[in-house]
Design a binder for this molecule. Structure first.
Ligand code: TXE
Length: 501
């Protein structure tokens, strides 16, 4: 038993269905697969295993719903009302959805509950955007011309989502695409498909027409690749690794579909000597150990002013020792399990390489045995230099690389010395330094004296190899639209092109 009194060995393994053209059912092959909780080692879900044929069926249903169905033709008000009903269903079933994400991903229950609240807000925000989306009319085209710039849904959107924030990442995409009038073929990660499939049931109940959202779960190289290549898909929205993001771009070139990518990061926090060091230390520990560091926004690099580096490392070590690690079903837990063996081996590989290269673990750097699950101790690595792999590549684990600097220019240089550009931050009480850093850090988001605060109103996405396009924010719906220019001539045609007529 655990803090929530869930008897895991006796847990009834939930059997999920896929959703294609409004019908819940099995994959065409009839095959199924299972997922074990990485935190407990027991089977927690059983899912239909979709293959290429299911991916084609999902796209065909979305295509038909877009080309002939009511959804893109409804008024914004009607679409918005359905999105609001869905948001209420999500809110009403938040605990069940949170538990699905916890059991499949190993993330702490307190965090998963927060993610569901964030997801509800995104659905509500998108419902509002459905009604505020508008085109424009340029005022200066002359007395004979009326120009209308319309916004139309882009069409069929394929979505591919990862395992680290299964429901929130889906909610950063799906409600905005629906608000615009698009139809969707969705492939959640094969490691965490439960909450997405459960959402499929809610969509039907909320009155979403058949075929508007189709959900199939399969592997990246079958279902994912089929979506990315498919000629009937007008746009692909992908969140995952930079490496797979690049392969999605290559596959999407076949029909030049629109591509939106939210990829990895190697996000730096700069800590200046004049900062509130206690606040910065707490944010540094939160920034890297949140979601066990399996987070595109993980602040995996800390760049500390040399004069306070020693003192700051001591503060970090003290705080890290107090972080509750273990069973994600315990509401006090802050750090849960690693997603799978492959990820665990990846983390261990990076640490081995860093130690060989001369970095020094201040704490952690080992597995923790608990609950028959996969746990890794929060790890602080001191003496990291900017050329080390651990300072440049995404570890995606609870590992903080600590580097030092003398001048702000040097700090910004180190911060920008990566192929990524998702997020960055600075801790300082000097407004000038903060403003210079906010200007010069190459990232989609810069946090000043805070970390990872997010709002539906604020756009999210990366520059360089961290992605293409933005999710959330006032323009989120526009990502799922195309502009159309319509020109109306007023009055008799002036002059003729053909001479002499
Ligand atoms: O990601 P993948 P993985 C990073 C992180 C992590 C690494 C590997 O560094 O260690 O990626 O994680 C689908 N065509 N991030 O292997 O493979 C796949 O099924 C189309 C960062 O899980 O990118 C899943 O649904 N789709 C990231 C999704 O892509 C393919 C979140 C993500 O899987 C595909 C996750 C293909 N050829 C990992 N191959 C973030 N930005 O937060 C796989 N997929």
């Amino acid at each position: 038993m655990n803090a929530l009194n869930i008897d895991l060995p006796k847990l009834e393994v939930r059997r999920y269905s896929q959703l294609v053209d409004g019908k819940s059912g099995e994959a065409m092959s009839g095959e199924r697969f299972e997922r074990r909780s990485p935190a407990h080692g027991v089977v927690v879900g059983n899912y239909p295993l979709a293959d290429v044929a299911d991916a084609h069926a999902a796209v065909a249903a979305a295509r038909n719903a877009f080309d002939t169905g009511p959804w893109p033709r409804m008024s914004a008000r009607e679409r918005s009302e359905i999105l609001l009903v869905i948001s209420e269903r999500i809110a009403g079933n938040a605990e069940e959805l949170a538990m699905m994400d916890v059991l499949e991903s190993g993330k702490p229950i307190s965090q998963a509950r927060g993610e569901m609240a964030g997801a509800v807000d995104l659905w509500r925000y998108a419902a509002g955007q459905a009604r505020s989306l508008h085109g424009s009319v340029p005022a200066g085209l002359g007395q004979h011309m009326l120009g209308l710039i319309e916004r139309e849904p882009v069409g069929v959107v394929a979505m591919i989502t990862p395992w680290n924030f299964p429901f929130v990442i889906l909610s950063q995409k799906l409600p905005f695409a629906l608000a615009a009038g698009c139809t969707v073929a969705l492939k959640p990660s094969e490691l965490t498909p439960g909450s997405s499939l459960r959402l499929g049931e809610m969509l039907k109940d909320a009155g979403l027409p058949d075929g508007v959202v189709n959900i199939v779960v399969g592997y990246g190289n079958t279902v994912g690749q089929t979506f990315a290549e498919h000629d009937d898909v007008d746009m692909i929205s992908f969140t995952g690794s930079t490496q797979v993001g690049k392969s999605v771009v290559r596959a999407a070139a076949g029909n030049l579909k629109k591509v939106a990518l939210e990829l990895g990061g190697k996000n730096p926090q700069i800590v200046c000597a004049d900062a509130d060091l206690d606040a910065a230390a707490d944010a540094a520990v939160f920034g890297v150990f949140f979601n066990v560091g399996q987070c595109c926004n993980s602040s995996s690099r800390l760049i500390v002013e040399r004069s306070v580096a020693k003192r700051f490392e001591e503060k970090l070590a003290e705080l890290t020792a107090r972080v509750p690690v273990g069973d994600p079903l315990d509401p006090e837990t802050r750090v849960g399990a690693i997603i799978n063996d492959a990820q665990m081996e990846k983390i261990e590989g990076y640490l081995k390489g860093a130690i060989e290269a001369g970095a020094n673990p201040l704490c952690g750097a080992e597995r923790i045995k608990a609950n028959a699950g996969l746990y890794y101790a929060p790890t602080l690595m001191s003496g990291v230099t900017r050329d080390m792999k651990i300072a440049r590549e995404e570890v995606f684990g609870p590992v903080l690389s600590i580097l030092t600097f003398e001048t702000l220019d040097e700090a910004i240089g180190i911060a920008n010395d990566t192929h990524y550009g998702l997020s960055a931050g600075i801790w300082t009480s000097d407004h000038d330094r903060a403003l210079i850093a906010a200007r010069d850090l190459r990232a989609g988001t810069v946090w000043v004296n805070c970390w990872m605060d997010g709002f539906s109103e604020m756009p999210f996405g990366g520059v360089r190899q961290s992605g293409l396009g933005r999710e959330q924010g006032a323009q989120a719906i526009e990502e799922f639209t195309e502009q159309k220019s319509v020109l109306f001539h007023r009055g008799p045609r002036a002059g003729r092109w053909v001479p002499g007529v």
